[in-house]
Design a protein around this ligand. Structure first.
Ligand SMILES: Nc1nc2c(c(=O)[nH]1)N[C@H]1C(S)=C(S)[C@@H](COP(=O)(O)O)O[C@H]1N2
Ligand SMILES: [Mo]
Length: 364
């Protein structure tokens, strides 16, 4: 891990070719909407160089009319919509899981997440224009223009799929803009899909083809990777039949400030972070300063009804001199909370790391 400047200044870089990097957590927590320059990047292969003026995306498969469109044609032909939604990597917070036992994948801190304003056209409108079959057991597959480096398998075009029911929801967007500006190339220009509530991997960047089909994508990312495995499974023995495809993301929360290892002055300390419950409201955020024995409730910041966004929270603590373990856990509208220890959810790919987040600080 080293720090590199362009295109993401002072990011924590897990890999530079292709860029895999996350922002420092105080910058992540700077606003309800994450600035594009503070938004993580997760890429499986080299950036494809696509010309927005001429690049065409095709819609094929179980449709009555095959469609082909540039971004310009999509903008001209359909009503745009803007949705504020979190995009979050299934490997967010993997570093915590790696303290239990090594996993595959990069050691993401809690920064592989961001909340952006995405502008595009609802996928459902384009599916209807193509006369797509809407049967519930169908899948909509996204094939991208980048060649993914696949661990333990041959390189191949990045590909994923989502169930038809989700594709028809109206909130899944064929997206050309992020935070009011055209998508940056590292975020999928000229056109990507945004699937609110699902793991980031389903939000394919650099779209090439959208296919309506009767089974999930057989691309590596869909069929072999991004599966949640039971704890006994190891890299050497992995059997995709025993894995569960990761679509919706679990309840999670993280402390963004103070930073892990911070040396603080005695007195008032502002603890700030995010929580997310994926299509449920966050009803309570508990913060402990003694490793999780006693808890206080943080103030939940109100940003109106933002169905697919995160929830920001803060709490002022008065910490005495000494070492402290700050802990956060969130509760959702179904009365669920997070597991206490990463041991409880460990899996060899290090996905869905959503145990209580712990940050050690020293007060002098
Ligand atoms: N074509 C393509 N789409 C992709 C990826 C990729 O490597 N190639 N990475 C996926 C993963 S795992 C995540 S978490 C998000 C990251 O999006 P971002 O880089 O815009 O933050 O994009 C997803 N879409
Ligand atoms: Mo991801």
């Amino acid at each position: 891990m080293f720090v590199l400047s362009n295109p993401k200044r002072d990011f924590i870089v897990h890999r530079s070719e292709p860029l895999n990097a996350e922002p420092p957590l105080d910058r992540l927590r700077a606003g309800f909407v994450t600035r594009t320059e503070d938004f993580y990047v997760r890429s499986h292969g080299a950036l494809p160089d696509l010309d927005a003026a001429t690049h065409k995306v095709r819609m094929t498969g179980k449709v009555t009319r095959t469609l082909e469109f540039t971004v310009g044609e999509l903008k001209d032909g359909f009503m745009p919509r803007t949705i504020t939604a979190v995009l979050q990597c299934a490997g967010n917070r993997r570093a915590d899981m790696q303290q239990v036992e090594k996993t595959t994948g990069d050691p993401w801190a809690p920064g592989a997440i961001g909340n952006a304003e995405w502008t595009g056209v609802p996928l459902v409108d384009v599916l209807r224009a193509a006369g797509a079959s809407e049967e519930k057991d169908l899948h909509v597959a996204f094939e991208a223009m980048d060649v993914a480096e696949n661990e333990g398998a041959e390189d191949g075009p990045f590909g994923v799929s989502i169930p038809m029911g989700k594709a028809m929801s109206g909130d899944v967007l064929l997206t050309w803009a992020m935070n009011g500006n055209p998508l940056k190339s590292e975020h999928g220009a000229p056109l990507r899909i945004i699937v609110p509530g699902y793991a980031g991997v389903r939000s394919a960047k650099w779209l090439g083809e959208i296919r309506v089909q009767d089974k999930p994508s057989d691309a590596f990312q869909q069929a072999k990777d991004y599966l949640l495995f039971p704890p006994d499974m190891r890299k050497e023995t992995q059997d995709p039949a025993r894995g569960t495809t990761i679509y919706e993301m679990p309840l999670n929360a993280a402390i963004c400030e103070p930073a892990a290892g911070a040396e603080l002055k005695a007195g008032r300390t502002e603890v700030r972070g995010y929580a997310i419950a994926t299509d449920r409201a966050i009803t309570r955020v508990d913060v402990s300063s003694d490793g999780g024995r006693q808890w206080r409730q943080a103030t939940i910041e109100d940003h109106g009804s933002a169905r697919w966004s995160w929830t920001l929270w803060h709490l002022t603590l008065d910490l005495p001199v000494g070492e402290h373990e700050l802990v956060v856990r969130a509760w959702d509208a179904a009365g669920q909370t997070q597991p206490a220890r990463p041991d409880d959810v460990w899996n060899f790919k290090g996905y869905l790391s959503a145990a209580w987040h712990r940050v050690r600080v020293t007060v002098a």
